[in-house]
Design a protein around this ligand. Structure first.
Ligand code: ZN
Length: 262
């Protein structure tokens, strides 16, 4: 059973990735069949943004683009990618700026570059009033991010949250929402499920982060937005509410955050 009889919002997917874009029509059809009625497509370079704009042309009520050069790609991105994305942001062709942030998973070699880019995106967000979402990973990344965004006058969210309970509390105190991916369904993710339990229901979002991180029962498969209900059910059981209620609340939260449902 995948159908939840309520509208679902996938707050983070990479539809422009080769593995999903090559079957975009099938992916979006299956998403609709699973009840997904909004998807934020996260673009990371000029090409993925162009693909995102193509997809959106076909399904403007379903697909909304966001864009940024992510921290883990910033050292290899071209001037063209940076400029193309920046002009789409300034022209408000996207509903949000992201994913940006800090990724120290493989070390801090590109730390200065990552920080500079993050600061640039925060300035663009303040200028355009677009919301921002973060990718945060690796030793020391959370505490550094928190000190950099502390006074940013923008709407913020941490996507695919995998931090500790303390880091979740610090984020929430700073007004940063949390989004949970299929990782929350993995057997080992006990602390993350405690974070879900602790976080206020009006501050959480649900995402697939497809094509990565397929939920537990789909592991090994290419993840796609139609796999969202499994993630939602796990979150609902942690919150001790029905999946329908959880769908409704998270849908409202994401609509409000991205300002896209009237
Ligand atoms: Zn992502």
């Amino acid at each position: 059973m995948t159908q939840l009889d309520s509208e679902l919002f996938d707050s983070h997917a990479h539809l422009s990735d080769d593995s999903l874009f090559s079957d975009a029509q099938g992916v979006l059809l299956r998403a609709r069949e699973a009840g997904i009625s909004k998807i934020v497509n996260v673009c990371t370079d000029g090409r993925s943004l162009q693909r995102g704009q193509e997809i959106r042309k076909f399904q403007p009520d379903l697909v909304f683009n966001a864009a940024a050069v992510p921290p883990h790609y910033c050292h290899e991105s071209s001037e063209e990618d940076l400029k193309g994305i920046e002009s789409a942001i300034l022209a408000k062709e996207v509903v949000a700026i992201g994913e940006t942030g800090l990724d120290y998973y493989y070390g801090k070699e590109h730390r200065t570059k990552q920080i500079k880019l993050l600061e640039r995106y925060l300035a663009l967000a303040a200028m355009t009033h677009l919301p921002v979402f973060f990718h945060v990973r690796g030793e020391g990344a959370f505490s550094e991010l928190f000190s950099l965004v502390r006074y940013a006058p923008v709407k913020m969210l941490i996507h695919c949250f995998t931090g500790t309970t303390l880091e979740a509390k610090q984020a929430l105190d700073l007004g940063i929402d949390l989004s949970f991916s299929g990782i929350v369904t993995f057997k080992k993710s006990e602390e993350l499920r405690c974070v879900v339990k602790m976080a206020p229901l009006d501050r959480i979002h649900v995402e697939t982060d497809s094509p990565y991180l397929a939920p537990q029962t789909k592991r090994g498969k290419t993840n796609e937005p139609s796999f969202l209900p499994e993630i939602l059910r796990t979150i609902a059981s942690q919150k001790e509410i029905t999946p329908q209620e959880c769908a409704k609340k998270t849908f409202e939260n994401s609509c409000r955050f991205f300002s896209i449902c009237d």
